[in-house]
Design a protein around this ligand. Structure first.
Ligand code: PRP
Length: 210
């Protein structure tokens, strides 16, 4: 039986994460993004990899179905899960921003409609500013919301900036830097300390070398 279960987020950073794991000699020979398979093992079958939707990684880890997760800080912040975040993998670098079609007043007392895939992140940001908001949860194409007048602004991820630019939006503020992180289930960290620490140390060594 595998000693550790690792939940890896599907999507943009999966291949880079696997490349980093490979450099750390954590290799999943059968892994193939094109396959519909969801479970993979490393060479000595000591690590089981489950390949899951990015938004679900923190749930698998919090529930203890996975000991370790590799996922973007955007999903970690939104999930507000009771888990440890122990390592920055320095992959998938981007940022959370507030953007709108025009300069909107962001002052205390002025209520705003905010569309986002990350309503918890949006609520926290505006609450820190003392600005009351109504959040509208979307699952994608968030930049559309101000264009069709459904929201005053959005809280979303910017990587290259092309989506914001091509839709004529302006960045009003930077909220937070994002990158891929390693998260750990709290009980697993207590019961499998050596295995998890070894896993982290292997990755740390690669990160320090690069
Ligand atoms: C993300 C994000 C932005 C875009 C930013 O969306 O929500 O829309 O990428 O990237 P850029 O700054 O490089 O243009 P994603 O591609 O995941 O698609 P979605 O709109 O369906 O969520």
């Amino acid at each position: 039986m595998a000693e550790l279960t690792l939940a890896l987020a599907k999507g943009r950073t999966a291949i880079d994460s696997l490349r980093l794991l490979k450099k750390a000699n954590i290799i999943f020979p059968d892994f193939d993004t094109k396959s519909r398979k969801l479970v993979f093992y490393n060479k000595d079958r000591s690590i089981k990899l489950i390949y899951v939707k990015a938004v679900d990684v923190t749930t698998y880890v919090e529930q203890g179905a996975a000991d370790i997760g590799i996922v973007g800080r955007d999903n970690i912040l939104e999930a507000e899960a009771d888990i440890y975040e122990l390592l920055d993998l320095h992959l998938g670098k981007c940022r959370f921003v507030v953007a709108s079609l025009k300069d909107i007043p962001m002052t205390k007392g002025t209520s705003l409609k905010v569309a986002s895939k990350y309503p918890n992140v949006a609520k926290k940001y505006f609450s820190r500013k003392g600005i009351p908001v109504e959040t509208i949860k979307l699952n994608g194409s968030v930049e559309l919301a101000p264009i069709i007048d459904m929201a005053d602004c959005i809280v979303d991820i910017v990587e290259t900036g092309s989506t914001i630019k091509e839709n004529g939006l302006t960045i009003l503020d930077n909220v937070e830097q994002i990158s891929t992180r390693l998260v750990v289930n709290k009980a697993s960290f207590a019961t499998k300390t050596n295995e998890i620490q070894h896993f982290i140390d292997q990755l740390k060594a690669v990160l320090e070398d690069s």
